[in-house]
Design a protein. Sequence first.
Length: 142
Amino acid sequence: MAIKLKPKFYGPLRLDHDVPGSFTYTTDAGYRASAGAPASAEQAPPSDLIMAALASCIGISLEMVAQEMKIDPGAIGVVVNGEKALDLPHRFARFEVTVHLDDIEDKDLALKLLNQAKEICTVSNSLKSEVALTLSEPGKAS
């Protein structure tokens, strides 16, 4: 049986420069947060944001898979650690994602949920994706 996927587009997500080292991003849904360097309680560095995206995608995907399987996953905890590559270009070499499914006693079932969640997680599947950069014309911010 062939799987039919529907086209889906994300964004726009807009990033605006506030002051040196600080940016505000706004999602299409209106969510606003600060990003920049150095990290502080008011702003997250991009490296933390990508790890947050990975953790939340795995968590959401776990909920979706559990719901499809008619299983209550209980409390879900996700911890992500990243390791920077030791060569160029600057990038993460790997991510270690630890998932806590303490309410599921059957380890085989928990691993099945985890593997299926990874298969549908847009973020984990995108970490090796192409990034196309375009320079906009002056005065034509999108």
